[in-house]
Design a protein around this ligand. Structure first.
Ligand code: TXA
Ligand code: MG
Length: 328
């Protein structure tokens, strides 16, 4: 079922062809194995969440073969350029504002305005990324709740039968994930400690704010403040819809809405997940343009990717201040 590919020309070409066809491929980096999918293909990104069994949409890291390719899709600033020069390829991930016309699927940003980018320091990973010719979205290649894999055998143990292939490039050297640094706002914020030390980063760009405040609430990338929240109020579980409402439809659309976005007419949860954030944004903008008062959402079943979709919709519907103070 899941092909085990060798890290030679043929194996890399096969992995690249699968990725370009929208399939999922596990591949080694210097940190841990990633579960890769074409970052510009929203359905492939949705399939990553399905394969991992993630109950919510965490934003994903887009992997690039070089800094030039990465910075074409985000708005780089001075600090980003300096850090990239010093630490790429390497275990450092930079969170930056998405560039206008960024081709990476909104789902990889969990609907937000930022994108995490990284250039991994593994020759096989770099050869693969060059062969794909598109950014590859890749979380660690473990099932949700399990530890990150550092060998192809670990990936197989967790995901065999759920993904198209694993490109075996041997055990990972670093073994811990990349450092994640948010440079999208004023100043740098450490979101996750990892392969590049904080001291090394601070030596390059000066003081970095820590993500965790002792005794304070934990900020998490899964929290609403780093995500897109529609301006219009959101109503869940809609069984009917009014003319002054915009409708997020799942399955056959309810009649009578002032605007309709179909997540998936035939109730396909992968398609629905792939279209969710684009749909919310469109309904919000179009609804306001047409003077509608809220977004009504038809029910989505609570299984598979439906759990992640419902998690996001509940966040969008929750009172904004209450959700912002929530711990993950
Ligand atoms: O070493 C690594 O980083 C590995 C290899 C495969 O590259 N990848 C990895 O991905 O660990 P993942 O999905 O397991 O962890 C990515 C982390 C998560 O904590 C996620 O929330 C955060 O990066 N992240 C990704 N995009 C973000 C964004 N736009 N804003 C804030 N945090 C983001
Ligand atoms: Mg992980």
């Amino acid at each position: 079922m899941t092909e085990l590919l060798t890290p030679d020309f043929a194996g890399i070409a096969r992995a690249a062809a699968l990725l370009r066809a929208g399939e999922l491929v596990g591949f080694g980096t210097e940190t841990v194995y990633g579960l890769g999918g074409d970052a510009t293909d929203a359905r492939a990104v949705a399939a990553i969440f399905a394969a991992k069994g993630r109950p919510h949409f965490n934003p994903l890291i887009a992997h690039y073969p070089d800094a030039g390719a990465a910075f074409a899709h985000v708005r780089a600033n001075d600090a980003a350029l300096r850090l990239a020069k010093k630490f790429w390829p390497g275990p450092l991930t930079l969170v930056l504002a998405r560039a206008e016309n960024c081709p990476v699927a909104l789902l990889a940003s969990a609907g937000g305005d930022t994108l995490a980018v990284r250039v991994p320091a593994h020759p096989v990973a770099l050869a693969l990324l060059r062969a794909v010719g598109r950014p590859v979205a890749a979380p660690s290649a473990n099932r949700s709740g399990q530890v990150s894999p550092t060998t192809a055998a670990h990936v197989m143990a967790g995901l065999e039968g759920r993904i198209a292939a694993v490109l075996d490039s041997g055990p990972c050297d670093v073994g811990v994930e990349s450092t994640v640094l948010d440079l999208s706002g004023d100043g740098a914020v450490l979101l996750r400690a990892g392969g590049v030390t904080l001291e090394a980063i601070e030596a390059e760009i000066g003081p970095v704010a820590r993500f965790r405040h002792v005794g304070g609430p934990l900020r998490s990338p899964g929290m609403l403040d780093s995500h897109y929240a529609p301006d219009l109020p959101v109503r869940l579980g809609a069984g009917t819809v009014a003319v002054d409402e915009a409708l997020l439809a799942f399955g056959r659309a309810l009649p009578g809405a002032g605007a309709v976005f179909e997540l998936s007419a035939d109730e396909n949860l992968t398609e629905a997940a792939a279209r969710l954030f684009a749909g919310l944004r469109w309904l919000d903008a179009e609804g306001r343009r047409r003077g509608l008062v809220r977004i009504a959402c038809m029910p989505v079943p609570e299984h598979g990717l439906g759990r992640a979709i419902n998690d996001r919709l509940r966040r969008a519907a929750a009172p904004r201040t209450a959700v912002k103070g929530e711990t993950p």
